[in-house]
Design a protein. Structure first.
Length: 444
């Protein structure tokens, strides 16, 4: 079977690299610069935060690539954790992704999108949430009609996301005249590099998906690491240049004050009102496409778990529409949770909760490399460069984010932990029911 999969591989280096870039770049580069500057209190430290986040991401991507080629299963993180650590940890990973990570990301993206639309058309700030909810419901409906509709939206938005990045970076660096380094944020608060890096990891999030392409590559042992290194280096360069360009056009304190609207304001300064509006539309297309990708993919996690009987209400959550062949129950459940989160809190808090909730399992997936190496599986496949340094950097980066969030944002951290712990009795009950059902079948 493994040899049969090899014959179907057709992705080369350039396509793989573009997929890496497209997977990672979403809303964070436009939404988070103000948060990063605010947390560090200084533009120079803010740029260092983006660099540190990029290094953690690069190490993480290279590490998870080895895990993915050694465990060529669908399901991503959920499949990796279950294979290496067992069904209990796999369940908790899927549980957290279903109840916190996926909905929180969709909710944050929806609210960011709503805030930019409201600013573009001069709606009241109170309309942000309404616009975000309508957008999520629209994308949910389109994806439920069939994956080809969601795929079409994704293809169009991929082009749109690169245009504002290139234009703001190029024109901002050459036309701006404001000092870039050592500029204060204008906000008096303690220096918090951990929170700043956490904010950048929202922008870098998506690296976990880059290893999923291994099974479709012509030569994963060579193509995958080259694509990951090239793709993430391009993303790091793009993020740094956009931040430098914005700092060259807007004072650091203004970027903090403007928040999510800083990028569109910088575009207006550079290209005038009409040009700024066009670039704002480009940013909206980027966020819209990113949100569409999440609405398309995240419901597959609860669907897979429900199909295996590992979620309450499994029959409804695993329901597939007979005509569209889409996971209706799982998609609707994710949309409902996301909308509740949007109503209850703000997008920055949702993004922090999402990253914290999943990094425990990210760290476990990075550590899986050491267990897989001991098993001696698939020696001829891709191996992470600079082993064991690279996975250690990824693990330390993940643990640092977890520890810092526990200290600086304990309420959000404890909330994520409580939801995770609730999953333990749920697992025990569902697993006991599964075993009982299995025994009754054998007896009959």
């Amino acid at each position: 079977m493994g040899q049969e999969v090899q014959l179907q591989k057709n992705i080369g280096f350039f396509v793989a690299t573009s997929l890496v870039v497209g997977t990672v770049i979403g809303s964070g580069i436009f939404m988070k610069p103000g948060i990063v500057i605010s947390e560090t209190g200084n533009s120079t430290y803010a740029l260092w935060a983006w660099m540190i986040g990029g290094i953690i991401t690069l190490a993480s991507g290279l590490t998870i690539a080895e895990v993915s080629v050694k465990i060529p299963k669908t399901g991503g993180l959920y499949a990796y954790i279950e294979e290496v650590y067992g069904k209990f940890w796999g369940f908790l990973c899927g549980w957290v992704q279903t109840l916190i990570y996926g909905p929180a990301i969709m909710g944050a993206l929806g609210l960011y999108f709503g805030s930019l639309v409201a600013a573009l058309f001069h709606f009241s700030p109170e309309s942000n949430t309404i616009i975000g909810i309508i957008t999520i419901l629209f994308l949910g409906f389109m994806n439920l009609l069939g994956t080809r509709y969601g795929g079409f939206i994704q293809n169009i938005s991929t082009i749109g996301k690169l245009i504002p990045i290139i234009l703001i970076a190029a024109f901002g660096i050459f036309q701006g005249d404001i000092q870039i380094l050592n500029m204060g944020s204008g906000v008096r608060q303690s220096f918090n590099m951990g929170a700043a890096v956490l904010a950048t990891l929202w922008a870098y999030d998506g690296f976990m998906n880059v290893g999923y392409m291994a099974g479709e590559m012509k030569n994963p042992s060579k193509t995958l690491p080259r694509a990951i290194i090239s793709g993430i280096v391009i993303v790091i360069a793009a993020y740094l240049t956009v931040n430098i360009a914005m700092l060259h056009v807007l004072p650091a304190s203004n970027i903090v004050e403007l928040g999510p609207n800083a990028a569109s304001t910088a575009a207006t300064i550079l290209f005038g009102k009409t040009g700024g509006n066009l670039l704002t539309i480009g940013i909206l297309i980027s966020i819209f496409g990113c949100l569409n990708g999440k609405v398309l993919t995240f419901p597959r996690i609860p669907y897979a778990m429900a199909r295996d009987g590992f979620l309450p209400g499994a029959k409804s959550l695993s329901y597939i529409h007979s005509k569209t062949k889409t996971p209706v129950g799982a998609t609707l459940s994710q949309l409902v949770i996301a909308i509740l989160m949007m109503i209850l809190t703000n997008p920055d808090r949702l993004s922090d909760i999402a990253i914290f909730s999943v990094f425990t399992f990210y760290a476990l997936s990075f550590a899986a490399v050491f267990k897989l190496r001991k098993q001696g599986l698939n020696h001829n496949l891709y191996k992470v460069p600079l082993y064991p340094i690279t996975p250690i950097v990824a693990i330390i980066g993940g643990l640092y984010i977890l520890g810092n969030t526990l200290i600086t944002k304990p309420i959000d951290a404890v909330l994520s932990i409580v939801v995770t712990l609730i999953g333990i009795p749920v697992y025990l009950k569902l697993n006991a029911a599964r075993q009982k059902q299995h025994l009754s079948k054998r007896a009959s």
